[in-house]
Design a protein around this ligand. Structure first.
Ligand SMILES: Cc1ncc(COP(=O)(O)O)c(C=O)c1O
Length: 399
């Protein structure tokens, strides 16, 4: 770990933490901001949580800050618990008829693909899976695979900005433009977007975009957003229907009012998000753009270290990489254990080598892959430790 920068986090210093991609990790300063919000909440619970008395104003301040980061007007942004919540809200609000189709991709996040299958089944609609190749040589291959999976019955495309199992940045601008030209609505799952990629939601022009603030933006857990184009906001409802369904909130659209209150909740993760943005703007000279560039350079350095130690090739061009890289494991360690169990290789890496990294069983059944992350608390030694651990486990599996 980079000792100078890792001191901003509570992460176990004995473990090389190479899995920022799963749940993120919030720095001390962000958790302190969250704690201050919680304390204020418990001091004056009614004044703090009654929406019109103080909560709406606080949420709106965060919304404005976030709009600046995501490149969209604040009033087009709702808050959700997480990307799964955002995807579900859109899918469950979407009017599907029997025979309609939703297109998802073979690199989609399982929970969100499940939500698409659920709403399709309920409506007698169908789900088609665009098979994006992996290894992949060019982002255009992904756009072509998605275009090929769409047909005249396709109503909605669910596509990741950065794919979860494979860490690929997909060309969402091109994908959204092509779908729009065919009259297909687009739902972009940008769970990994904020903090990893420069984002401009207006420019991409997707109908719906959801994402997490607790991953690469380093916000507290349970902080997400949902952006909906203004003309569609009237038809998107949260997964939980509450007061705002029949109680107008002065000065607020029903879209914002419904998502702002889905029953008693703890707003402290959302209210600490500005402190996460401040943190990332200040942690390296050059601010957030410098953090993104640093993490990308570091994960590509990690890729180089692992490829050399394991004798494998990068499965995707560097242009499709942000701060996540998935690599094949050599044949000796690639045999997958039965599904449904925690991967013994992942456990061995944690217990014997003190490395936390996800071992991914995708996309070829019977093969394992390793997915590395880079955040500013990491350094070269973390990838070297992982490489040594993988080599040792590979040798152990041969004896
Ligand atoms: C592409 C993608 N979508 C959705 C999610 C779900 O995130 P959450 O569990 O915070 O909803 C993830 C989590 O890793 C993801 O990678």
């Amino acid at each position: 770990m980079n000792q100078t920068l890792a001191r901003h986090w509570s992460l176990n210093p004995e473990v090389a933490f190479l899995n920022h991609g799963s749940f993120g990790a919030a720095p001390h300063v962000v958790l302190e901001a969250q704690r201050r919000e919680r304390d204020a909440q418990e001091r004056d619970p009614i004044h703090y949580l009654a929406p019109e008395r103080s909560l709406y104003g606080k949420l709106d301040a965060v919304r404005t800050r976030l709009g600046g980061l995501l490149g969209c007007p604040a009033e087009d942004l709702a808050f959700v618990r997480n990307a799964t919540d955002g995807v579900n809200a859109v899918l469950r609000s979407f009017k599907l008829e029997a025979g309609d189709r939703i297109v998802i991709t073979s690199h989609g996040y399982n929970a969100c693909s499940n939500a698409a299958r659920y709403v399709a089944e309920r409506a007698g609609a169908e789900v088609s899976v665009a098979e994006i190749p992996f290894p992949i040589e060019d982002p255009a291959e992904a756009a072509a695979a998605i275009a090929a999976a769409c047909c005249e019955r396709t109503r909605l495309l669910l596509v990741d900005h950065v794919t979860s199992p494979t860490g690929l940045i997909l060309p969402v601008d091109d994908i959204v433009r092509a779908a729009r030209a065919r009259g297909i609505r687009t739902l972009v799952d940008a769970a990994h977007g904020p903090g990893m990629l420069p984002m401009n939601l207006e420019q991409v022009g997707a109908d719906y975009t959801t994402g997490n603030l607790h991953k690469w933006l380093c916000g507290p857990k349970v902080s997400g957003f949902l952006h909906v184009r203004p003309e569609l906001q009237g038809s998107v409802r949260p997964c939980v229907i509450s007061h705002a369904a029949n109680t107008p909130a002065p000065g607020r659209s029903r879209f914002i009012a419904e998502f702002d209150w889905t029953g008693t909740f703890d707003p402290s993760p959302l209210l600490a998000v500005p402190s996460a943005i401040d943190f990332l703007e200040g942690v390296l000279p050059g601010g957030l753009p410098a953090v993104r560039a640093h993490n990308r350079a570091l994960v590509l350095e990690g890729q180089g270290i692992l490829c050399e130690a394991l004798g494998v090739q990068p499965p995707a061009p560097d242009s499709m990489r942000g701060s996540l890289v998935t690599l094949p494991l050599p044949a000796s360690t690639a045999d997958a254990p039965p599904s449904g169990r925690v991967d013994p290789l992942q456990l061995a890496l944690f217990e014997r080598h003190r490395v936390e990294v996800p071992i991914v069983h995708w996309p070829v059944k019977g093969r394992r892959w390793v997915r590395i992350s880079a955040q500013v608390y990491n350094d070269r030694a973390d990838y070297e430790r992982l490489a040594a651990g993988l080599v040792a486990e590979g040798e152990a599996s041969r004896t």
